[in-house]
Design a protein around this ligand. Structure first.
Ligand SMILES: C[S@@+](CC[C@H](N)C(=O)[O-])C[C@H]1O[C@@H](n2cnc3c(N)ncnc32)[C@H](O)[C@@H]1O
Length: 210
């Protein structure tokens, strides 16, 4: 079982230890990140939001995929926000990337601001998942897509990663929550592995009727 201090860092990496954890997350979550971005099917010119970018490994490929579109990163951790602002100073300067402090339950964006939303390994920290998904639904444009990546309860309970304080959810529950928020689930990708398995749910906001 992971120690409480490390679990706290994963939920909100802060300070020197937070920066070390950020590097570890970038390495450990590489495959999940790659598959979650592929499931988004970002087109050049899309405006993309990543919620809980942590170490920021996904921001680079998102900037490439979005081309002339804008990428926005939002995270609860001031340390991660400052780190990303430094690391991607060139993209911030060029107006291609905005990095903001905030939380998924109260997204500081107008409705219908984004074509794509990515969030990976953050659902464990959503005390109010209904509200979080309603917020994501609100900021997505019609026909926009959410790519939500996480390790399900079965994996986290079985594997070495059994972090105290994490809210564990199984795939069926997350699918239900996404549908309840109004999403239409398009595809579900599964990476089967006893200790490091994960699920990626691609959920679409319907277009305007008529
Ligand atoms: C375990 S890390 C995952 C980082 C990255 N997405 C990855 O998969 O490697 C979780 C990140 O989400 C952020 N976070 C946690 N709860 C959040 C919330 N309610 N709203 C926004 N960000 C949150 C944390 O600060 C942290 O940077």
């Amino acid at each position: 079982m992971l120690g409480r201090a490390l679990a706290r860092q994963l939920s909100r990496p802060e300070g020197v230890l937070g920066r070390i954890v950020a590097r570890l997350m970038n390495r450990f979550n590489r495959d999940m990140s790659r598959m979650a971005i592929a499931a988004m099917e970002v087109a050049r010119g899309d405006d993309v939001l990543e919620i809980g970018f942590g170490g920021g490994a996904s921001l680079d490929p998102l900037l490439v995929a979005a081309g002339t579109g804008k990428v926005t990163g939002l995270d609860l951790s001031e340390t991660m926000v400052l780190r990303a602002q430094r690391r991607f100073a060139w993209a911030v300067r060029e107006g291609r990337l905005q990095v903001r402090l905030g939380q998924v339950e109260h997204l500081p964006f107008a409705g219908e601001s984004f074509d794509r939303v990515l969030t990976s390994n953050t659902i464990y920290f959503w005390a109010d998942a209904r509200r979080a998904l309603a917020e994501i639904f609100r900021v997505l444009r019609p026909c926009g897509r959410l790519s939500l990546a996480f390790s399900p309860r079965s994996v986290l309970e079985r594997g070495r990663l059994h972090p105290p304080g994490f809210i564990l959810r199984d795939e069926a529950e997350v699918l239900q929550l996404a549908k309840g928020a109004g999403f239409v689930v398009g595809r579900v990708d599964r990476h089967e592995h006893p200790a490091r398995g994960f699920v990626i749910i691609a959920a679409d906001k319907p277009g305007r009727a008529g």
